[in-house]
Design a protein around this ligand. Structure first.
Ligand code: FES
Length: 173
């Protein structure tokens, strides 16, 4: 794992925002590292622990507690489908099925703790259910990377996916 010098400079600067306890910098550091690597590997978590003078378990427990952190690599584009009440009633479970079918991804299965996500065979898309995305009046909603989509039907889901196919025609595998 290689941390680019500029990213490490940013990290060092962020740590100075928490003079009383470096430990409090764990969340912003994990966000920065996930933004760079796409997920938090065991190696990355260990690096953060060393940087903040913590035990590795102190960082791993944060990574596994907060659903926004991923411990495995996502696809080139990561899809989040809201499954909270308004979206569930507005069709988000059907939307999940439609997106999985259209993007050729296996539907995530919930298996105990954490938020599972699945990655399509070509590595282009990954998908997960998430809790309320704060747009309950426009259900069902989803996000692709940092882009937000409301009132998503099967037809608009197909259009949304096509946009990302055009934006990054090369697949990972
Ligand atoms: S319930 Fe889906 S955005 Fe709030």
């Amino acid at each position: 794992m290689e941390i680019p010098a500029e990213l490490e400079r940013t990290i060092d600067e962020v740590i100075t925002h928490y003079p009383a306890s470096k430990r409090s910098a764990v969340l912003p550091l994990l966000h920065l590292l996930q933004e760079h690597f796409g997920f938090i590997s065991k190696e990355t978590a260990d690096w953060v622990a060393t940087k903040l003078e913590l035990q590795p378990i102190n960082v791993l427990e944060v990574v596994t507690f907060y659903p926004m952190f991923r411990a495995a690599p996502p696809g080139q584009h990561h899809i989040r489908v809201c499954r909270t009440l308004s979206c569930a009633m507005g069709g988000s479970y059907k939307l999940m099925n439609d997106l999985c079918e259209l993007a050729k991804i296996e539907r995530p299965k919930h298996a105990g703790h954490g938020t599972p996500f699945t990655v399509g065979e070509d590595g282009r898309f990954s998908i997960e259910f998430v809790e309320c995305l704060a747009s309950c009046g426009t259900a069902p909603v989803c996000m692709v990377d940092d882009d937000f989509y409301e009132n998503v039907s099967r037809e608009s889901a197909a259009e949304i996916l096509a946009k990302y196919h055009e934006a990054s025609p090369q697949t990972v595998s």
